[in-house]
Structure formats: structure tokens, C-alpha cells
Design a protein around this ligand. Structure first.
Ligand SMILES: [Zn+2]
Length: 385
């Protein structure tokens, strides 16, 4: 019994030892924390608060005091660039590269940063020069991505195709992009009336992405230019199977082709069929004009009414009011005029293509978003939501 009590006395001793160990650890942590300059914390705090000017000032001060911290200088350079202080970022990265103390494993990363500084400052040639040299090192992937951006910006589609193919991975096949680059080349050849070259390039676009709608549009244009009207119609109709949302882009071309064959009513029937099957397509205005020309105002009005009832749209209602203005009394016409003007204003504001990636909105359609640089991200039809 006495022996058991003696063992109990050991418990407070263990607690004491634990407390002592914890105290020793805390002292080490505090000592290390005190060795980090306060400017570093001030810089971090300012960054969190989004006060990049104060952050840059504080971190620059720390970097001056502690010249042996290339990682901090690396971050500081990025901060300068983010703030648009491109000259300072360039000078800092150049100084780092001149320093014999820069660890070799950081050298390529700093050169990659310097290339970004040059790009941001508009000195794209100098950026490209550095990036090409980085293609064999440990920053090859980042360098290649930057080069792909540069080639797209410069509209150097051949180099863009080459680079995108080298970047191909399981995560990103670049098939859509490469097809679009070929379409850019094909479009340029078509403008110069080099139809054989354009046809060959469209073939390459299909080889990269057989669902490339833009390639079908261009192929139809080539066939039409060569006088192969039925082949042009077949190419444009093929869009229905690729992605029907883009059919409205081929609608006017299709009608013109049928008109050229002397079969405008067949063209109208085709477009009306599309409108009934896919009410989200913007065909109302075009159909109204063509039906009014070939079948008269009454049939045109019927078609608009049918479309508006299937899927109400501001532009459709606008067209409905407009076509019935003549039948109204003078007072009724004044009221209708107000409603029509209001509808027009809202339809103008709301009928826009929208980038599904960055939400950029535009009346004009782009295959390549001018805001975020994504391909095929624009909605094919102008939504009114
Ligand atoms: Zn975008």
C-alpha cells in the first residue's frame, strides 16, 4: 500500500517536465519570430488589406536589409509588376540575375519573371527572346505558355499551332485552339482568294476538331466562292450536327445560296424549320425580311407571331408592333410608338453576346474573347436575359 502512494507522487513530476518542455519550445518559436523583421509583417498585413503601395515599400525595406533573401526579392518583383511599376520590376529582376549569389535553381524562374515584366511593358520581342532560351530548362512549361499567349497576340498562327501542340497534355488537348488557329489562317487565305490553300487549312482544322463550326462556315464560303452552291449548302447545314446553337450564323448564307439556285422559298422553308426546332436561334428578323419580300407582309407577320409565341423576345415583340402600326388609330399609333421605342432601347442594351468564361459582353461576336483570351467562349446567340 505504501509503495502505491509513492508512485502517485511521480505524477506531479511528469506534469512539471511537460510544462518545462512546452516552455522551451515556446521560447524557440518566439526567438525565431523576433528574428523576422517587423517590416515583413507590415508588408504582409498591407498585402492582405490590398494596400500594395505600402506592401511594396515595406518589403523593399526588408529586402534592402536582408540582401541574402532572393525569394523575397522575387516576390517583390511580382508585386511591382502587379502595380504596373514595370521599370522597377525589370531593374530588380535584372539586378538579381547579375548577382553571383543568386542560386542556380532560381535563375530560370527569375528570367521567366523578367520576360513577364518585358511583356507587361510592351517589349514583346525581348520577352520572346528570353522565353525561347528557357524552353530547355526547368521553366519550359511556363515559358511555352507565355510564348503561346505572345503568338496569339501577334497573330502568328503557325507558331501558335506548333507551341499548342507541344503543350498538349491529358488535361488539355488544345484541339479546339489548334482548329481555331487553322481557321484564322484559312480565313486570311480566303480573303486573298487563295481558295485551294484555304481549303487545305480548313481540312487541318477539321483534323484537329471535327466539330469546329467555324471551319464549316469557312468551308461553305470556299465552296460558294468556287460556285459549288449545293456543296456550300451541305457544309453550312452540317453545323446542325456540330452545334446547332451556331446555325443562325449560317442562316443568311444559306438563304443566299438557295436564292442563287433560284429556290428562295426552299431557303425560307429551311430557316422556318430551324426556328421551329430550335426557338432560341435568332432568325426572326431575317425570316421577316425574306418572307415579306417573297410571300408578302401578311405571311411575314404570321411567321413573327408564331416565333414570338413560341419564345417571346424583345426584338420579336418590337417587330410585331412595328408591322401593325399602320392599322392603328392616330392615338393608338402614338402609344405604340412609345412602346416600340422603349422596346428598342432595351433590346439594344440586352441583346449581346456574352463570354461564358469572363462574362464580357459585346454586340459583336468574337471567336476569341478580347477580354480573357478564351476561344469559342462567346454565346452564339444574343441573349435577352
Ligand atoms: Zn472572356
Amino acid at each position: 500500500m505504501e509503495l502505491d502512494l509513492w508512485w502517485l507522487l511521480l505524477f506531479p513530476a511528469f506534469f512539471g517536465l511537460g510544462w518545462f518542455a512546452a516552455r522551451v519550445d515556446m521560447r524557440t518559436v518566439l526567438k525565431q519570430a523576433k528574428s523576422v523583421p517587423t517590416g515583413y509583417y507590415r508588408g504582409l498585413d498591407a498585402l492582405v488589406e490590398d494596400k500594395t503601395d505600402i506592401a511594396a515599400q515595406a518589403l523593399a525595406e526588408v529586402a534592402r536589409q536582408q540582401t541574402s533573401t532572393p525569394e523575397l526579392q522575387h516576390t517583390l518583383g511580382k508585386l511591382y509588376r502587379k502595380r504596373g511599376e514595370n521599370d522597377r520590376a525589370i531593374r530588380l529582376h535584372q539586378r538579381m540575375l547579375e548577382s553571383p549569389d543568386l542560386p542556380s535553381e532560381l535563375r530560370d524562374a527569375v528570367r521567366n519573371e523578367l520576360a513577364q515584366d518585358f511583356r507587361k511593358a510592351g517589349l514583346v520581342d525581348r520577352a520572346e527572346e528570353i522565353l525561347v532560351q528557357l524552353l530547355s530548362g526547368n521553366m519550359a512549361l511556363a515559358a511555352r505558355r507565355q510564348l503561346l499567349d505572345i503568338y496569339q497576340q501577334d497573330r502568328d498562327w503557325k507558331k501558335a499551332i506548333e507551341t499548342a501542340r507541344e503543350l498538349r497534355s491529358d488535361a488539355h488537348s488544345f484541339q479546339h485552339e489548334v482548329a481555331q488557329f487553322y481557321c484564322e489562317l484559312a480565313q486570311a487565305e480566303l480573303h486573298r482568294s487563295n481558295l485551294a490553300e484555304a481549303r487545305q487549312l480548313v481540312g487541318e482544322a477539321f483534323a484537329s476538331n471535327r466539330k469546329c463550326v467555324r471551319a464549316s462556315l469557312i468551308l461553305g464560303d470556299i465552296e460558294f466562292a468556287e460556285g459549288n452552291v449545293p456543296a456550300a449548302i451541305a457544309a453550312w447545314q452540317g453545323i446542325e450536327k456540330q452545334n446547332f446553337e451556331y446555325l443562325a450564323m449560317a442562316a443568311e448564307r444559306l438563304f443566299d445560296a438557295y436564292e442563287k439556285l433560284g429556290k428562295p422559298l426552299e431557303g425560307i422553308a429551311l430557316l422556318r424549320g430551324y426556328q421551329q426546332t430550335f426557338p432560341q436561334l435568332e432568325l426572326t428578323d431575317l425570316l421577316y425580311q425574306k418572307i415579306a419580300t417573297y410571300e408578302g407582309e401578311t405571311r411575314a407577320l404570321e411567321a413573327v407571331r408564331e416565333a414570338v409565341h413560341a419564345r417571346p423576345s424583345l426584338s420579336g415583340v418590337y417587330r410585331l408592333i412595328e408591322s401593325q402600326m399602320d392599322e392603328l388609330s392616330p392615338e393608338g399609333r402614338m402609344d405604340a410608338e412609345v412602346a416600340r421605342a422603349l422596346l428598342f432601347k432595351h433590346a439594344q442594351r440586352l441583346s449581346v453576346h456574352r463570354c461564358k468564361c469572363c462574362n464580357f459582353r459585346s454586340r459583336a461576336f468574337f471567336w476569341h474573347c478580347p477580354a480573357c483570351g478564351e476561344w469559342e467562349s462567346f454565346t452564339a446567340n444574343r441573349s435577352e436575359s
